[in-house]
Every structure is written in structure tokens, then in C-alpha cells.
Design a binder for this molecule. Structure first.
Ligand SMILES: NC(=O)c1ccc[n+]([C@@H]2O[C@H](COP(=O)([O-])OP(=O)(O)OC[C@H]3O[C@@H](n4cnc5c(N)ncnc54)[C@H](O)[C@@H]3O)[C@@H](O)[C@H]2O)c1
Length: 381
């Protein structure tokens, strides 16, 4: 039977074409690429594409999202994988540091984890690399003067913004809610925190699922945009009081906390779509004296039963919902093929010295966006 990883690899048409190109041009010959990224079928396709370009690839996962089959497949195909799935931050930290011990010339970062640790113990031969996420860009932008190497931020490509963050995350968060809870969205009150690309896609997808969607956003211009897009723009407490599904997509910590326990509705479902598992303050909620007991299960669901009898359901332990719960699929193959094609072409540009030393934490060059867009339109016709 065809495995999911083989299915994904055969459907990543951009990466397949790039792998063929790299096999001829070998841009990473004699270079090591180090990464800490969600290890799942689509990243397998990316890491093997880089390997086809001649790289030694050494990788660990991100917190809680590593899929054992992906690790096994990578190891069988010559990628060095450090560690295994963990929710323990200390253990994860040790895995990341082991990746850096290989002193990779190129770093493919996800959340700024590797570049931040690289600065604690820098080594000369690092050429630069890429950063995948918004959260990582915010973290690394503050360290620009010390990093002083080209680092291209994939997240800041318009392609990544609309194809993955908006369309694909919106669809996969909806898919995850339905898959994990087996409940309908029709007619439900949904409250989305954050109206950046991710929040926009989530709000639109749940509306397409016949839910009634309200948005809470700090930025007044984005609140106006949400209103123009036809969503209710509500005050925090009023929104939380009526919401049956609450979704965070802000990149910030402590967006929903124990301070909200008094206003949350019975049977509310709390979901985080942001990168770090801190948008919902899970530990603080669990430790609150109003929580009488905690129930785990079914897979992907934790329920906090309050002393007044209300039940608060939390999906995927507050980790990114589209990579949690039973049989997580993550974002669509097309969106990840696009994002990872940008990754591969950006790492190639850094390896080949086609970037300037001033390109420290900057968006993907427009020439690479254009190349990838044209290739997608051609290959997916
Ligand atoms: N689940 C996934 O597969 C996936 C994919 C891409 C990005 N992400 C993550 O999703 C998060 C959001 O990404 P984005 O690209 O939309 O970011 P963004 O910065 O464009 O948007 C976040 C929005 O949240 C708003 N905000 C911040 N704190 C808030 C608060 N307390 N209340 C209300 N609004 C608040 C900000 O004003 C901003 O407009 C990031 O953590 C990113 O890494 C997840």
C-alpha cells in the first residue's frame, strides 16, 4: 500500500521538479543544513529535496509535533534526525543544541529556535539561512545586528501569506475541529482572536462551515477590515460569553487565561492555531481553584470541569491544532509545496551567495516569489 509520505511526496510537484534540478546542479554540495521543524510528511519531501541538492541534512522536530513515521522515513533515506517526539521543553532544547553541534553552514529555522541558540555559542562558518514563521521573524528581527548573516523569512512572502497562512491554515483548522470533535460548525458561535493572515483564513473557513463568526483584533485597521469582510467585531468579554468555539491566532502569549473562566460558556471548545502553545494559558487554567477535575480524552480533547459544573474543552492541549489530535494532516499539500519550494530556492540563494550581507531577516526576494509562482501555475495546470 502507498504510504501517506509517498502520497505527499508524489503530490509535491514543485519540490519534485526542484529535486530534479538540484540533482543536476548540487547547490549544497559539501554543506550541512541544520533544522528544527515539524517532522511530518511534507517536511520529509522538503528535507529529501535538500539532500538531493548534495546537503548533509541534520534535523530535529518542533515541540510535540514529530511524527514517528516521518522520522523513520527520513533516517532510512539518509537524513540525520536528532531525538523523537517530545512535549518537554528541556529535552527539546537539548535536541536543538545537538543539531547546532554539527555546525551547519545553513540553518532552516522555524520559530527562531536555532538562530537564537546559535548566538549563545556562535561558530564562524555559518552562511545564513531561512526562517519559516511570523513568530520566528519577530524573535530574530530583534537580534539582527548580532546575526549579521543573510536570513530570508519565508513567512513574509506574499505567496506564503495567502496560500498557507490564510487559505490552508483556515481549511486545516476547520478540518481539525471536525476531525477531533466530530461536531458540526453549522450555526455555532465562533470567536477568532487575531485577524492577521491566519485569523482571516480561519474566520472565512468557519463562515464557509455555516458558523456565525466574530473577531477580536487589537489593530483598529484590521478590526475595520474584519467588519468589511462581514464578521462581527466584538468586545472581548461579550465575545467570550457567547462563543461556543474560541480560536486563538495571534502569535502572542496568554490570550485566553484563567481570568476568563467566569465568562466562558458551558461546553466551549478552546483551540489554538498560533505557533507557540502559550496563546491559551493551559497550565494556569488547569491549576485554577475553580477547576474541580480534568478529564483526558478522546484523543486530542482535554476537559476541565469547573466546580459550578461547566465543562471547558481544550483541543490538542493548546498546541497548534492542525498538527495535533488523531491522525493530524497539517496544511494542504499544495500550500506546503509552495512554501517549501520557497524554502528550497531561498536556501539555494544563500548557499550560492546570491544574497547580500544586508539581507538579515528580510522577506523572500521578489525574483524567487515570481519563479515559484510561475512554476506552480505551470505544474499544477
Ligand atoms: N497553525 C499553522 O499551521 C500556522 C501556520 C502559519 C502561521 N501560524 C502561526 O499563527 C500565528 C498568527 O500568524 P499571522 O501570520 O496571522 O500573524 P499576524 O501577526 O499577521 O497576525 C496576528 C494578529 O493578532 C493580533 N493580536 C495580537 N494579540 C492579540 C490579542 N491579544 N487579541 C486580539 N488580537 C491580537 C495582532 O494585532 C495581529 O493582527 C503565529 O503564531 C504564526 O506563527 C500557524
Amino acid at each position: 500500500m502507498t504510504s501517506r509520505i509517498d502520497w505527499v511526496r508524489s503530490n509535491c510537484r514543485l519540490l519534485r521538479a526542484i529535486a530534479e534540478d538540484f540533482a543536476r546542479t548540487r547547490p549544497f554540495r559539501e554543506l550541512t543544513i541544520g533544522t528544527g521543524i515539524h517532522l511530518e510528511p511534507k517536511t520529509v519531501a522538503l528535507l529529501l529535496t535538500l539532500k538531493d541538492g548534495g546537503a548533509r541534512v541534520i534535523s530535529t522536530g518542533n515541540l510535540n509535533s514529530t511524527q514517528p513515521e516521518a522520522v523513520e522515513y527520513l533516517r532510512a533515506n539518509g537524513v540525520e534526525v536528532v531525538g523523537e517526539r517530545t512535549t518537554d521543553e528541556g529535552e527539546h532544547d537539548r535536541y536543538l543544541r545537538s543539531v547546532l553541534k554539527a555546525e551547519p553552514e545553513l540553518i532552516l529555522d522555524n520559530g527562531g529556535d536555532l538562530f537564537a541558540r546559535y548566538l549563545e555559542d556562535p561558530y564562524e562558518r555559518v552562511l545564513g539561512g531561512t526562517e519559516e514563521t511570523t513568530s520566528g521573524r519577530m524573535r530574530l528581527a530583534r537580534l539582527r545586528s548580532r546575526l549579521a548573516r543573510p536570513i530570508l523569512v519565508i513567512n513574509d512572502s506574499p505567496i506564503k501569506q495567502f496560500a498557507e497562512n490564510r487559505h490552508a491554515v483556515g481549511q486545516s483548522v476547520l478540518e481539525s475541529f471536525v476531525r477531533i470533535t466530530n461536531r458540526a460548525t453549522n450555526g455555532r458561535n465562533v470567536l477568532v482572536f487575531g485577524y492577521g493572515s491566519v485569523g482571516k483564513g480561519i474566520a472565512a473557513s468557519f463562515r464557509n462551515g455555516y458558523a456565525s463568526v466574530a473577531v477580536i483584533e487589537r489593530d483598529p485597521v484590521l478590526r475595520l477590515e474584519a467588519s468589511f469582510d462581514g464578521f462581527q467585531v466584538t468586545e472581548r468579554d461579550a465575545g467570550l460569553k457567547t462563543a461556543e468555539i474560541v480560536i486563538t491566532a495571534t502569535g502572542e502569549e496568554g490570550v485566553v487565561t484563567e481570568a476568563d473562566l467566569d465568562v466562558l460558556r458551558d461546553r466551549v471548545v478552546l483551540i489554538n492555531a498560533g505557533h507557540f502553545p502559550a496563546e491559551i494559558a493551559v497550565e494556569r487554567i488547569a491549576a485554577d481553584p475553580r477547576v474541580a477535575r480534568r478529564q483526558d480524552g478522546p484523543e486530542g480533547v482535554t476537559t476541565f470541569v469547573l466546580s459550578d459544573g461547566r465543562a471547558i474543552h481544550l483541543l490538542a492541549g493548546g498546541h497548534m491544532v492542525n498538527l495535533g489530535g488523531p491522525r493530524p494532516l497539517g496544511n494542504s499539500i499544495e500550500s506546503m509545496d509552495l512554501g517549501f519550494a520557497l524554502q528550497a530556492r531561498c536556501l539555494e540563494a544563500v548557499a550560492r551567495g546570491r544574497t547580500s550581507p544586508d539581507d538579515v531577516v528580510v522577506p523572500v526576494p521578489s525574483s524567487i516569489n515570481a519563479t515559484v509562482a510561475e512554476a506552480f501555475l505551470e505544474l499544477y495546470r
